[in-house]
Every structure is written in C-alpha cells, then in structure tokens.
Design a protein around this ligand. Structure first.
Ligand SMILES: Nc1nc2c(c(=O)[nH]1)N[C@H]1C(S)=C(S)[C@@H](COP(=O)(O)O)O[C@H]1N2
Ligand SMILES: [Mo]
Length: 254
C-alpha cells in the first residue's frame, strides 16, 4: 500500500466535504465554504505529519509512456513580461544562469549547460492542479539534491525557496519546500518536458517538479533558489505566492 492511502481526502473525511467533494470541486469554490476551510486548516498539520510518518520517502506513482496525456494544459502564467527574462528567452537562454544562494557554503550561478551536464532523472508523473484538472507528462532534469550538494548547505538551512521570473500584478511568484522534499529523489529541476526543451508556457528554462505535492508548488520560471532558515519575512511569510494570496496550504502533499 502506498502513502496515498492517507490522502487529504481520507483525512478530511466524507463528513466535511460530502463524498468526492474535493475531487469534483475547484479549489476556489471550496474556499467559499468556511466549514471546508476550517477542516482543511485543522487537518493540515495532521495530514503532513501522517504522510511523513507513513509514506516517509515513498515515491509518487510513475507512469508508462503510453499513459502520457495527449494535451498538457499550461496554467497560471504562461509567459513572462520581465525585460531581462525576455532577453534571455530571445537568446535561447544561452546566457542565463540559475542562482543558488542564501544559507550555502558556495553560492552558484549554473548555466543551463551545467544543469544539462549533471546526471539526469526522467519521470512520467501526474500533475494535479487544485483548479480541478490533471495531466500526465514526462519531466527530465538533475535532482535538486545534486545542485544543493554542489552548493553545500549551511547548518541553519531549513527551506529551499524558488524565486520565479513572473508576477501577478506587482507580486512575484515564489514557492518553497522543506529539506525533506528538497532531497526527495523525484524532486528535480526540469529543463525538458515530454522529450522537448521546456516550452515557455510550462516554465522555460527551468521549473521545479516536486511530485508528491499539488500543482502550484511546481514553480515555473525558476531564476534563483535561496536557502533559508525561516519563511518569515519573505513576502507574506506563508512560503508561496498562492499561500500568501489565496490561502492555499503550504504543505500540499497528495
Ligand atoms: N512561476 C510560476 N509557477 C507556477 C505557476 C505560475 O503561475 N507561475 N502556476 C502554478 C500552477 S497553479 C500550476 S497548476 C502549474 C501549472 O504548470 P503548467 O503550466 O506546466 O501546466 O504551475 C505552477 N507553477
Ligand atoms: Mo494549479
């Protein structure tokens, strides 16, 4: 049995949601119900601890090529207005580099060529968006753990924060994960999707895949990874754009 046995749906129980409620309704609709919101917040800590206890290092399910979705929707921002980003995109990201900094021994600036030269992991997984759609796609890139090992974490590092090139209004998109997910074997920095270089709509040149969590955690347009001791003091302090703006859960394990 997998860790999915203790899914959020089960922990919340049919009582709070009605049978299949979480599956059939979009997150925005669910958010309107105060009862649902309370149930989610109350269950969240339990859910995270239970998944960590029981699933431990369990892998998200991986699929066969034949199961890949014919269409993979692009969601959220599908392009980036930032002038520096646009210049890099026009140049095929040849001059672009991923910054890794914060609580690390060796801050890095890794060009795409360096990320492609690292040992690669490819995985076919299902992406679940809280807006009510899923798609199965193939992702490839180095494991985040390799990049973090190159940078060398300082003892106080607790979170990896992904700073993105895009914004909603004035607010940049960002996301964060703890070190358990950062070092999970399926957590990769994907530069390839479905056998092609990552398209701009899906987060070129680099996006996070953190396969045991919901879609909004999978930061696209990752420009910088910052290692931090705390999420306090960063934007709204809740660890992600939607966590700050939309009351989404920081721990979005599925
Ligand atoms: N930088 C950035 N990352 C993002 C988003 C975004 O708008 N900007 N949207 C999130 C959401 S809600 C989802 S479902 C997925 C969508 O990824 P896709 O466009 O490859 O389908 O990206 C996530 N990561
Ligand atoms: Mo999403």
């Amino acid at each position: 049995m997998s860790g999915r046995v203790l899914s959020r749906r089960r922990l919340l129980g049919a009582g709070a949601l009605g049978t299949g409620g979480l599956l059939l309704s979009g997150r925005h609709r669910l958010n309107r119900s105060a009862a649902f919101r309370d149930a989610l917040q109350g269950a969240e800590g339990l859910h995270m601890r239970a998944q960590r206890l029981i699933a431990g290092d369990a892998l998200a399910r991986e699929y066969a090529e034949a199961q890949m979705s014919p269409e993979f929707r692009a969601n959220g921002n599908r392009d980036v207005a930032d002038a520096t980003y646009r210049q890099h995109a026009d140049a095929g990201f040849a001059q672009w580099a991923l910054v890794v900094d914060g609580l690390v021994r060796r801050p890095l600036a890794l060009p795409l060529s360096a990320l492609k030269a690292l040992p690669q992991r490819a995985q076919i997984t299902r992406h679940d968006c809280v807006e009510g759609w899923s798609a199965i796609g193939k992702w490839q890139g180095p494991q985040l753990s390799r990049v973090l090992a190159m940078a060398g974490l300082l003892p106080a590092a607790r979170y990896a924060v992904f700073h993105c090139a895009d914004r909603f209004g004035d607010t940049p998109y960002y996301e964060s994960i703890d070190l358990i997910d950062a070092f999970h074997p399926q957590t990769i920095l994907a530069w390839r999707m479905n056998g092609q270089p990552l398209p701009v709509a899906h987060g070129a040149p680099l996006r996070l895949r953190v396969e045991r969590q919901l879609g909004y955690k999978h930061a696209k347009y990752v420009m910088r990874i910052e290692l931090r001791a705390t999420l306090a003091g960063l934007y709204g302090g809740k660890g992600g754009y939607w966590e700050d703006a939309g009351d989404y859960a920081w721990y979005a394990g599925i």
